[in-house]
Design a protein around this ligand. Structure first.
Ligand SMILES: Nc1nc2c(ncn2[C@@H]2O[C@H](COP(=O)(O)OP(=O)(O)OP(=O)(O)O)[C@@H](O)[C@H]2O)c(=O)[nH]1
Ligand SMILES: [Mg+2]
Length: 403
């Protein structure tokens, strides 16, 4: 009889403990693993560790069971295998895709450019007679794809010369010629590494700039994922203080991969948020600090001056390693005008061309590099979290002209 009562008590206790565990984990779930960010950006957060969440609740029921003096039998048998609680075991931080060969995987996204540029050119060049009209059509095709006037003329001139020298032309030969010439235009030997290496006592510092809606925040988030996938610790600086939603957007990207976001009050000084982000990055020993800035029209001098100030203030810590200009590939030639003005205000060190998945104007890569004398380092090929690829000239040209 006594044993029956004891068993009942144990059952109640065990059930209670399991109940607590489930409720506890439910309560926990919405809490992101990344440290919460507070508007006053004070206390540096503790780094989350993989498995932190999973360990704590498992300990709790065990202790409860041990307190009840079980007659015989190992303590805690009932909870040795805790019930599978969805979401408790798996860390909530996402593990991004590896970055190597991304452009090759994403090449189908360039199909619009491919149809317009590569296929068009190959068809034209395969004509039996390459007369003046055909060469003009070749030029038009390149211009339509936003390659730009000067590069287009150069390419056509070289192609004409080589086709003449070649005499006969097989499709394979033509493809080879076109590939070589496009590669020359795109620039096979430019250094396209995004500089994020930390120096002693200082993280790598990257600032992201551009006009409204080009994809700055998305790119910052995607880049954070790439860096985290490569084993780096990342701090994000939400220097877009115009809207609270902008900082939320960035923070959400950060939370997904476990990057801490430094933010300031809405309407606050973006330069001071950027400054604090680098300061916290330093204190936390982070590898890289990525600073997202507010979109601004290149024609608004006040806002452009503000951007210059953000950069100067950050430089009180250390020089920036990268200033990435994000350009929307679908805006075509207007992107070049933006590029020129941004380059005057903050020295641009690399270009990110976004939305290449939605345009037939892949040739803008050539034009914008010429304009700024700065390489395209990254390309955005979709809205997905891993749709950012290092720009690889060969893979890009291959995608343009197809197999
Ligand atoms: N298709 C496609 N969409 C993209 C790409 N990059 C960004 N976008 C989308 O473009 C829109 C704007 O992106 P944001 O990152 O918010 O742009 P932003 O430059 O930060 O905008 P502001 O801060 O308002 O200036 C979003 O809907 C993104 O999902 C891309 O490579 N391809
Ligand atoms: Mg933004």
């Amino acid at each position: 009889m006594d044993i029956l009562i004891l068993a009942l008590v144990i059952a109640v206790v065990v059930l209670g403990a399991i109940g607590g565990l489930v409720i506890g984990s439910r309560r926990k779930k919405p809490q992101p693993p990344a440290p919460p960010t507070t508007p006053d950006i004070t206390a540096p957060p503790a780094e989350p560790h993989v498995g932190d969440e999973a360990e704590t609740p498992r300990d709790e029921p065990r202790r409860t069971i041990e307190e009840v003096d079980l007659p015989g039998g190992p303590a805690g048998v009932a909870v040795e295998e805790p019930p599978a609680v969805p979401g408790l075991e798996a860390p909530e931080i996402e593990i991004p895709e590896p970055t190597a060969g991304r452009l090759v995987r994403l090449r189908a996204r360039l199909s619009r450019s491919q149809n317009a540029l590569g296929k068009g050119l190959l068809t034209l060049l395969s004509r039996e007679h390459l007369d003046e009209d055909t060469w003009e059509e070749v030029e038009d095709t390149l211009l339509t794809a936003d390659v730009g006037v000067q590069p287009t003329q150069e390419l056509v001139e070289r192609l004409r010369e080589r086709v003449k020298v070649l005499g006969t032309r097989t499709p394979q030969e033509l493809r080879g010629l076109l590939r070589e010439e496009l590669l020359t235009l795109v620039g096979a030997d430019l250094d396209r590494t995004v500089k994020t290496e930390p120096a002693p006592g200082k993280p790598g510092i990257v600032m992201v700039v551009g006009v409204n809606g080009t994809g700055k925040t998305t790119t910052t988030g995607k880049l954070a994922r790439v860096l985290v996938a490569d084993g780096r610790s990342v701090v994000l600086g939400a220097a877009d203080t115009f809207r609270a939603a902008a900082a939320d957007q960035l923070q959400t990207w950060g939370e997904r991969v476990g990057a801490y976001t430094v933010r300031g009050p809405e309407g606050g000084d973006p330069a001071s948020v950027a400054f604090d982000a680098v300061k916290e990055g330093k204190e936390m020993g982070a590898d890289v600090v990525l600073i997202d800035t507010a979109g601004r029209l290149h024609t608004k001098t006040g806002l452009m001056d503000e951007l210059g100030k953000v950069k100067r203030v950050v430089e009180k810590h250390a020089p920036l390693d990268e200033v990435l200009l994000v350009l929307d590939a679908t805006t075509g030639q207007n992107g070049l005008v933006q590029a020129r003005v941004f380059a005057e205000v903050v020295d641009i060190t690399g270009i990110v061309l976004t939305k290449l998945d939605g345009t037939a104007k892949g040739g803008i890569v050539v034009a914008v590099q010429r304009e700024l004398d700065v390489p395209v380092k990254l390309v955005g090929l979709g809205e997905g979290a891993d749709d950012l690829a290092p720009f690889e000239p060969e893979a890009f040209v291959d995608a343009l002209i197809g197999d």
